[in-house]
Write a protein that binds this ligand. Structure first.
Ligand SMILES: NC(=O)c1ccc[n+]([C@@H]2O[C@H](COP(=O)([O-])OP(=O)(O)OC[C@H]3O[C@@H](n4cnc5c(N)ncnc54)[C@H](O)[C@@H]3O)[C@@H](O)[C@H]2O)c1
Length: 315
């Protein structure tokens, strides 16, 4: 396939671009700034808030499939709501319009547990009233509705997942679930971490290899098997202190303490504690492979390698 990604320089793009190239696809990766490491893709600069630029790139590259990753995430979005609206809401509209105009076949959307609001069942199914408490959640809920609209009205085959908080060997980048990744990163580089989330915080999380595989499997699923556009996917939902225990098992002697930050704790408390992903399992055979401890065993050496590499690059 001929694939174009937006926001490809971020946490998911760092793993997804390589996976798409390895699967034999022609990949055009776009982001605000060009990337040094190409991973076998062609890189172009693209600001998704610029409708004319989005139209020009889609017209020029003629992708079959667009993976739309560009976004401002939850905690960052509360600090810059106008920017979150411009990137997440207008940017998604710009992409959908360009895909419609230029005959793109498939549009892959990356939604989030932030579309949910407080007081929902545990685990939370796909179809419940959506009352998000953040600009990020509002714009992602709207993006899901736009996907359904373009599918039903224009036949643009829109598909997406509601990701849990994703954890990978990367430096934390502005999401409210960053406390989990910081336990690994700061646990290894500083011997400890003061968590901005309470010890009993419990939200859905997933290891990145499962997240990338979910996108690849959903993108490849035959459309007649799909009963909807956007699906919950789930892996594990540990308490923060259970993550700390899992990290401590692999990195003995680390010290994790808790000093909740009201903004980010408020966001975390508004999300469901666990997701019901039955529909994704039934429709396209989704299954997470990694448990919390399996993730820890795989992740710790990768975080060590990332930190060593960055130390080597430091002046
Ligand atoms: N990482 C997670 O835990 C998680 C969870 C749920 C959903 N998601 C969704 O997955 C997608 C990718 O997430 P991520 O973790 O890679 O995020 P990220 O913040 O690491 O990357 C987002 C990328 O978007 C780019 N971007 C920002 N503004 C832009 C603009 N105006 N034009 C073009 N690019 C722009 C950034 O430069 C960045 O590289 C997002 O849509 C996010 O909402 C991520």
């Amino acid at each position: 396939m001929n694939i174009l990604l937006t926001g490809a320089g971020g946490q998911i793009g760092a793993d997804l671009v390589g996976a798409l190239v390895a699967a034999g696809h022609r990949v055009v990766a776009t982001d605000l700034r060009p990337q040094a490491a190409g991973q076998g893709a062609t890189w172009r600069t693209l600001d998704v808030t610029d409708a004319a630029a989005v139209d020009a790139v889609i017209a020029d590259e003629r992708p079959d499939t667009v993976f739309h990753l560009a976004a401002i995430l939850s905690a960052s979005g509360e600090r810059t709501p106008a920017q979150a609206y411009a990137v997440n809401q207008t940017g998604t509209w710009n992409l959908l319009e360009a895909c419609r105009i230029h005959g793109v076949t498939r549009f892959i959307f990356t939604s989030t547990i932030a579309v949910y609001g407080p007081g929902l069942p545990d685990p939370c199914p796909d179809d419940v009233p959506l009352h998000p408490t953040t600009m990020y959640g509002v714009t992602k809920a709207s993006g899901e509705l736009l996907c359904e609209y373009y599918w039903k009205k224009h036949g643009l085959d829109c598909r997406g997942v509601r990701f849990p908080g994703l954890i990978s060997a990367a430096l934390p980048g502005g999401g409210s679930t960053d406390y989990a990744l910081f336990m690994y990163v700061d646990g290894i580089r500083h011997g400890g971490y003061e968590s901005f989330a309470r010890a009993d915080t419990r939200v859905p999380l997933m290891y990145m290899p499962d997240g990338v595989r979910a996108l690849l499997e959903l993108a490849a699923a035959p459309r007649p098997q799909l009963s909807r556009c956007v699906y919950n996917i789930a892996a594990f939902s540990p308490r923060a202190d259970q993550i700390a225990a899992s990290v401590a098992r692999a990195v003995p002697g680390i010290r994790i303490t808790y000093a909740p930050d009201p903004l980010r704790q408020g966001i975390l408390d508004s999300w469901p504690r666990a997701l019901d992903d039955r529909l994704a399992r039934d429709d396209w055979g989704w299954r997470a492979a990694y448990s919390l401890d399996a993730m820890t065993d795989d992740l710790v050496p990768k975080v060590r390698a990332l930190l060593d590499q960055r130390a080597g690059l430091a002046p």
